[in-house]
Design a protein around this ligand. Structure first.
Ligand code: MN
Length: 244
């Protein structure tokens, strides 16, 4: 199993979760929301060979943490993974739109100069602008759009731009989202949880809860659970190969 977008550092007991991840023998991308969290969060992965940590600056925090961009650039060479980054067009964040864009452009530029990274990207209510920026910075790396909620038209454009998608159990709650997932080539899909920001039955979602997304994907693809897991693992391999 693969959880390609989880905030390991934001669980109350991240070390216990890291041990459970090992027990499940699953691959995890632990994303961060601020560059100042990088050191502590990447340390959580020490000794856990299937946990990778991404360096990020969440768009919802861009206006508060823009001064951490030099720190972002300082740590960038330490990892191949960048996230959570992106844009958020929610109405309460409208006043910070320009700051968000500045931060996102800076990060894409730094990733380009670093030779390309694997990026976990947030695009809530801003998919068109995210895609515009990815077009402007084609050498920033492989874009994995996390929990995509844009329109069908935006999705088709993202597929055209070679974006990847990470989908979690929460995305199967609406018919609109399920219909989007049906349109994504199965070779471009990875699973995620976005834990602990998602709740399942009034509990935190955990990385191993990606199995709930795997079951849904198996139904959509008309494959067995086992064949679906193999497909997803091959996708992950192929993403790594394409990014080297
Ligand atoms: Mn997230």
């Amino acid at each position: 199993m693969i959880d390609f977008h989880v905030h390991l550092d934001l669980y109350p007991d991240p070390k216990v979760i890291a041990q459970e991840i090992d027990k499940h023998r699953m691959y995890v991308l632990s994303v961060t929301t601020t560059p100042s969290a990088w050191k502590g969060t990447s340390a959580l992965g020490y000794g856990h060979s299937r946990i990778r940590t991404a360096l990020g600056l969440h768009p919802q925090l861009a206006h508060e943490r823009i001064h951490e961009l030099p720190l972002f650039d300082k740590y960038l060479h330490e990892t191949k993974y960048v996230g959570e980054i992106g844009l958020d067009g929610s109405s309460n964040l409208k006043p910070h739109r320009d700051v968000q864009l500045h931060v996102f452009k800076h990060i894409l530029c730094s990733c380009s100069l670093a030779g390309g990274k694997i990026m976990s990207i947030h695009s809530r209510r801003s998919a068109t602008e995210v895609l515009n920026q990815l077009e402007i910075y084609p050498h920033a790396g492989k874009a994995v759009l996390h929990w995509f909620t844009g329109s069908k038209k935006e999705l088709l454009r993202a597929i055209e731009l070679n974006c990847w998608f990470s989908v979690g159990p929460a995305m199967f709650r609406t018919e609109k989202s399920i219909n989007l997932i049906r349109l994504i080539p199965k070779e471009r899909i990875l699973t995620e949880t976005d834990g602990p920001f998602v709740q399942l039955n009034k509990h935190y979602i955990y990385p191993w809860d990606v199995n709930k997304a795997i079951i849904k994907l198996a139904a959509i693809w008309g494959l067995s659970i086992n064949a679906t897991e193999i497909q997803l693992k091959n996708n992950f391999r192929s993403l790594l190969i394409q990014s080297t």
